[in-house]
Design a protein around this ligand. Structure first.
Ligand code: XUL
Ligand code: CO
Length: 441
């Protein structure tokens, strides 16, 4: 099959260019300069931007109060494999013009679900064939694949944590197939977002049994990964609620506890999403620091919520404070290895034209590029890191060093405290540090 016959984005004739901070062109990058080197690596390699198939190419822009508004002239409105294959050509035209090196998908966003599992698998193979062709034509790679284990009514009680063992089995078969396809497409990872792995009421729920089942499901996935020699990274994506009232993978700390309890820590890293962090009552910086400190910072779903709306609005990130925080934490923990900056974000219902998709992604990429430059400048300046290092200096020698080296216990510490002066604290200098950060933003 050839490329999509008619250009889907006629307003965008050539790839989006970097024009610098003074440009007024809405279809140009002001800060994202792919080949610019920062801390020894190009922006492209630092940020590893990825476009999500589900929002960018499948979201009709409906909300609970109204139908979808998105105008997507290339879509024939059917659930046919042919339409899905044509959409792949359009998606790659978009990404080629945007200049993102990666994309991510759910099995059911790229290919339609059939009447049977066998038919769904066949549909997925037929679309994956076109995905592969387009990947080869453009050099755009799959950041990660994932299975949609939450949309079909069979998963109303969850997938791995369903009360229905048949739903668990179906989900396992679906993940097996999607992992095979992800491997065939050279995917760099596979994500597990527990869409309905949680509960709506505790009156009907056996939490212990459900968690054991989730542990079993993910162990089987890890076994199968080894069996087929899939080398991609597994991720769990925390989210505390929505669609369920409580999801087991509620935040980074809950996921880490779960992974440790079920012996899965070695097999998984976390894919953190800003809007999920805020739904959990955390900042993204908090989530990234918790994951980073546990050597589990894998990838990020780069979006943002709205302070005044309480739900998962999945907006494109535009706050430079947010992106600077993200990039500081990311650089601190060594940057992305397999992961990337995955725009799990959708345009607003009112932004219904195809060109809005470009504005949205360009804005997100520029915001992250600025965040990267700011983070690198803060690191080069060194005062922040120096302050934190000094703040803990009592642990570098004397009694602190002895505690860290496990050379003393409570008895020796009591003796030390009895013979020492009252502990002398110094200021945390929060305001001083906030001002320091603002010097760079
Ligand atoms: C849902 C969400 C998902 C995952 C992939 O809130 O973020 O799209 O990223 O299943
Ligand atoms: Co996400």
């Amino acid at each position: 099959m050839a490329k999509a016959t008619k250009a889907a984005f006629p307003q965008v004739k050539k790839p989006i260019q970097y024009e610098g901070p003074d440009s007024k062109n809405p279809l140009a990058f002001k800060h994202y300069n792919a080949e610019e080197v920062i801390e020894g690596k190009t922006m492209k390699d630092h940020l590893r931007f990825s476009v999500v198939y589900w929002h960018t190419f499948r979201n009709p822009l409906s909300d609970p109060f109204g139908v979808g508004t998105a105008i997507r002239p290339w879509d024939d409105g059917t659930d046919s494999v042919k339409n899905a294959q044509n959409r792949v050509r359009v998606a790659f035209e978009f990404m080629e013009k945007l200049g993102n090196p990666y994309y991510a998908f759910h099995d059911r966003d790229v290919a339609p679900e059939g009447k049977t599992l066998a038919q769904s698998n066949k549909n997925l193979d037929a679309v994956a064939k076109v995905l592969k062709e387009e990947q080869q034509r453009t050099g755009i790679k799959l950041l990660w694949g994932t299975s949609c284990l939450f949309a079909n009514p069979r998963y109303m009680h969850g997938a791995a944590t369903s009360c229905n063992a048949d739903a668990f089995a179906y989900a396992a078969a679906q993940v097996k197939k999607c992992m095979e396809v992800t491997k065939a497409l050279g995917g760099g990872g596979f994500t597990f977002w527990g869409g309905r792995e949680g509960y709506s009421t505790l009156w009907n729920t056996d939490i212990g049994r459900e968690l054991d089942h989730l542990g079993l499901f993910l162990s089987m996935a890890a076994d199968y990964k080894k069996k087929i020699g899939f080398k991609g990274q597994f991720y769990i994506e925390p989210k505390p609620k929505e669609p369920t009232k409580h999801q087991y993978d509620s935040d980074a700390a809950a996921c880490l506890n779960f992974l440790r309890a079920y012996g899965l820590k070695k097999d998984f890293k976390l894919n953190l999403e800003t809007n999920h962090a805020t739904l959990a009552g955390h900042t993204m910086q908090h989530e990234m620091e918790v994951a980073g400190a546990a050597d589990a910072l894998g990838s990020i779903d780069a979006n943002t919520g709205d302070e005044l709306l309480g739900w998962d609005t999945d907006q494109f990130p535009t706050s430079v404070y947010l992106t600077a925080q993200c990039m500081l934490s990311l650089l601190k923990y060594g940057g992305f290895k397999t992961g990337g900056g995955n725009f799990d974000a959708k345009v607003r219902r009112e932004s219904f034209e195809p060109v809005d998709l470009f504005h949205a992604h360009i804005g997100g990429m520029d915001a992250f590029a600025r965040g990267l430059k700011i983070a690198a400048a803060i690191r080069k300046d060194g005062r922040l890191a120096e302050f934190v290092k000094n703040r803990y200096s009592s642990w570098d020698s004397g009694i602190g060093a002895k505690i860290e080296a496990k050379k003393v216990g409570f008895s020796q510490l009591e003796k030390y405290a009895l013979t020492s002066k009252e502990p002398k604290n110094v200021s945390g200098r929060q305001e001083f540090l906030e001002n320091l950060i603002n010097e760079f933003i």
